[in-house]
Ligand binder design. Structure first.
Ligand SMILES: Cc1cc2nc3c(=O)[nH]c(=O)nc-3n(C[C@H](O)[C@H](O)[C@H](O)COP(=O)(O)O)c2cc1C
Length: 205
């Protein structure tokens, strides 16, 4: 394992800004987009929790974006209850970031920017995909994909953003940075937003 870093009070960016702090942590991992795992937890209106991994696509100024199908369970849940949690794990550096916040939808242009950057194969799958809808078999799925691939077999035909594919952002109100250590004396520093100002405290591991 690579030598683990420490996270001390002298590493804090002043004035406190946990998203800048998080960007600094990401910059310290050279393959950040590949080695960051991100899970999103939602809670349904009848208090049933649910958690799933999502692609981590970097930060935006106000929060952490993600891309998904607006007909999915997660979107139904955070539409009813916008309080969500994200957990990021930067595996090579043993760094965990726990985020609480609320979800807001981003513009269609941002969703299209993400979609347009995907490979054609990936775009075709997203056109076919009605996330969470049952389908009889893998064979049926492959058949359906073939039909769509056929429709777009001419590479000059542009595949446009499917109506249901959306971009969202988690606007954080609590972010905890956890730096693991081999001696278990882990660093935990929590940022909490109060009246638009971030407060910071250290917790015992
Ligand atoms: C590593 C990984 C990355 C994923 N990235 C995404 C993603 O960016 N968007 C998405 O909608 N689903 C993604 N998924 C699938 C989700 O985990 C989940 O199965 C799907 O979104 C349906 O979730 P839901 O039924 O809770 O809405 C990913 C799964 C894995 C394992």
């Amino acid at each position: 394992m690579a030598k683990l870093l420490t996270f001390t009070e002298s590493d804090l960016i002043v004035p406190y800004n946990p998203l800048l702090q998080l960007q600094k942590w990401l910059d310290e991992e050279k393959d950040a987009t590949d080695s960051v795992l991100m899970s999103l937890s939602t809670v349904s209106s009848d208090c049933i929790p649910s958690c799933r991994y999502l692609n981590f696509c970097g930060l935006r100024e106000s929060g952490i974006p993600f891309y998904t199908d607006s007909r999915s369970r997660k979107v139904k849940e955070f539409t009813a209850n916008p309080a969500v949690a994200l957990t990021l794990y930067i595996q090579p550096l043993v760094r965990q970031i726990r985020i609480q916040g609320t979800v807001k939808e981003l513009s269609k242009e941002i969703a299209a920017g993400y979609f347009n950057a995907l490979s054609r194969e990936h775009q075709i799958t997203l056109v076919l995909n009605h996330q969470d809808k049952p389908i009889a078999s893998r064979k049926a799925m492959i058949e359906k994909r073939k039909e769509i691939a056929q429709k777009y077999s001419d590479p000059s035909i542009r595949i446009s953003l499917p109506e249901s594919w959306r971009a969202y952002i988690v606007l954080p109100n609590v972010i905890e940075f956890f730096q693991g250590h081999t001696d278990w004396l882990d660093d935990r520093i929590v940022f909490t937003k109060e009246d638009d100002k971030w407060n910071v405290k250290r917790l015992l591991p």
